[in-house]
Design a protein around this ligand. Sequence first.
Ligand code: ADP
Ligand code: MG
Length: 918
Amino acid sequence: MRSKSVAPVPRRPSPSPARSRPAPENGGSTDSCRVRVAVRVRPKNSEELAHDADFDSCVELQPESKRLKLKKNNWSCESYKFDEVFSENASQKRVYEVVAKPVVESVLEGYNGTVMAYGQTGTGKTYTVGRLGKHDPSERGIMVRALEHIISSMSFETDRVAISYLQLYLESVQDLLAPEKTNIPIVEDAKTGEVSLPGAAIVEIKDLEHVFQLLQIGEANRHASNTKMNTESSRSHAILIIHLQRSSRIKEENSCSLSNDTHDIFPDDLPLVLKSKLLIVDLAGSERIDKSGSEGHMIEEAKFINLSLTSLGKCINALAENSPHIPTRDSKLTRILRDSFGGTARTSLVVTIGPSSRHYSETSSTILFGQRAMKVVNTIKLKEEVDYENLYKKMEREVDQLTSEMERQQKLIKSEKILVDKKLKETERSFHDLRVTSSMQIENLEKEKCQLESAVQKLMQDLEEEKCQKNLLSEQIIGLEKLLSENKQQQQLENLSKTKILTDTTKEHEKEMGELLRQLEEERCCSSSMKDHMSILQQQLCDAQSSAQLQETMARDLEKKLTKVTEEFTSQVQSLKQTISELISEKEVIYEELKSTQEKVQQEIWQRQDLEDQILRLKQTTSDNYAEESKTSCGMVRSGLGNAAFVSKSGKLRETGTISKIFEEVGLPNVLALLKSEDLDVQIHAVKVVANLAAEDINQERIVEEGGLDALLSLLETSENTTIHRVTAGAIANLAMNGLNQGVIMSKGGARLLANVASKTDDPQTLRMVAGGIANLCGNEKLHLMLKQDGGIKALLGMFRSGHADVIAQIARGIANFAKCESRVISQGHRKGRSLLIEEGVLTWMVANSTRFSASTRRHIELAFCHLAQNDGNTCDIIASGGIKELLRISRESPREDARNLAKKALDSNPAFLKEVQ
Ligand code: ADP
Ligand code: MG
């Protein structure tokens, strides 16, 4: 029996039938076993909220320093330090973790523990300790949480947990789990001093659901008992005892420290258990200490309640003051809690207080109780017992095993004995048999001996007779030997002569043998060389065979290839034959076509010759007129839009008439075909005819439809001849008079080709034609952008360099056309922004050259200027180029009324112009 303690000096020696181990270090704190005390303030209840509105709370918490300030009045307050202070907002979980968890962990390690709530009625003791919170885990109090913790930490296979739930009321212990048990005695072990309540029910816990069930039963019984006895729960103490038994898994590493006698009592392999107890106590309301009795009723009750609590207070005072006498025996409560204060248990106390200053004195006395309890030091001890029950079971098992082994051995011996007996009997029997047979054998042997003796005698007689006979024979032998020696001598003589003959014959034979051997040797040599030769021949044969095989396979391959090639060749030949036959038929078709084409060509040649004849005739009749025309040049008959560019001037009426006649006779396709003639003269005349035809409105579309435009454009592009250029440009200009043709001309690159011709020549007539053509295209607003992109406008302005009035007149007409159409498009809202003409520099050109224009040209320019001025997008450019002056001039001086009106309109409606004018 040993016990080790943690506290400096054990106050009361507590003999234990178990061996003890030191308590685990607890953060090295020296007061690790001091009773730990926390204070919890209840939130204000509705009554306090209603009535104490004017009063301050009498307590103030300082959680950082774990202090509580208790205010007596405005000028007096005390501050107390606790192990923890919980405000009204502290959760049940935190209270459990700080107050009870360390104790529960200690209990799980094998130490006893106590958690207790002390305080005035209504301050939250039951809330803190006994709240079930079955459906809301956050509400659960210390009892439920402790059991939950224990269940989750133990193993149901090796450990057991059980509870007793008791009520102490009027110094009587009642069982809350078995209410019929009242006045349960408290028993103290004389040797160990351990307190127990053997009369109380101990119910083993299965799971948490079971815990709830039991605590609910306890609660119901407490309520029923209090109703029966006409009291309240606040006047009784509720005590939950949790009994925990765990098998000790700690192998005694420190067993060497045990004394020898301990070893004798507890061998190392004994099953050990740790038995510990946790007491959770919900005390009766502490206010009775001061107030009961003064109210003059229920004296007995008050006395007993006072007795237990007063006694507890006294014990704690005594312990706090280190008094040698602790009055634990004065009340049942102090007897039950004997181990909790100054004993071997780890103890935590939570003191509960209300915030109201109306209960200042109760609160103060509760706090002082807590402060005193903090001074109590316990000596915690681990009790490890031999698990006799387990040991007994183990022993029983071993005895069973030994008994069964013994029985087995006995059975074995019995069966062996039977076997030996059996063998013995068999041996005896065989021995008897042996004796009988041996006596019989002896008798037989005796008989045999007699028979043998008589036989020996007979044999002796026979021997004697034989001896006589032998002597007789010896004499006969000597006689015979003599005869034999004589015979021998004779024989020797004969032998000598025979030997000589034999030797001679042998020698001859040897000679013959030698000869034969030599021959044999030769034969052998011959045969070996033959063999070599044979092997060589064989090798050659092998080689020849393998090469023959190789050649055979090659031959087969070649044969295959040959077959394949032959097949391919045959198929190729066939396909070639096919192709040839196709080609032949094609050739026939082509030949047919060629024939018909030749016929057509022949016809065309004839037609052409006819045509050329006609043209020659024509040429002769018109040669005079053309001579004149080349001098005075082609010209504009009328000015303005849509004029024919190229028309023979002097002989117009006559000419057109003739040409129309020719045209009717020859047909347009034939005339157009002549445009491609290799004879330049014919080509020039053909172009002229086409140009004249193009001057007529009725021909313009047809010429284009019949491919005339394509032929003219191609001439313009390919020909180097200036006349061709001039007349072709005129023809195109005439075709461009037709609105439908304008788009076609543009799309076929007409503007680009005209611009190209303009850039290459200085001939004023050619330039006039080109300018006229572009001027006609300027009258189509849909083509403006394309015209600009194809370089038409630039070319138009560029032709001003010629200085020729006719050319400039066409340029002015073009610009006026362009500006007018553009102004219309912009005013209709189809386009916006700056004029394309201005982008090409037209404004500067017009302002710079205004003095160089002839009167008719100037009118075109003025109109163009006025149209440009109508577009707001051009305002800035007009102002920048000094165009305002020009506008003003036009508005006043222009001979054309429409120009004057347009200029005025632009000046009046454009605020920027107005501003400039002012
Ligand atoms: P006691 O057991 O000390 O007489 P109770 O535990 O019965 O006091 O508590 C009295 C009332 O105050 C109960 O209604 C309880 O729910 C409530 N109460 C006590 N403490 C708290 C708390 N910390 N938070 C909320 N309500 C509390
Ligand atoms: Mg209560």
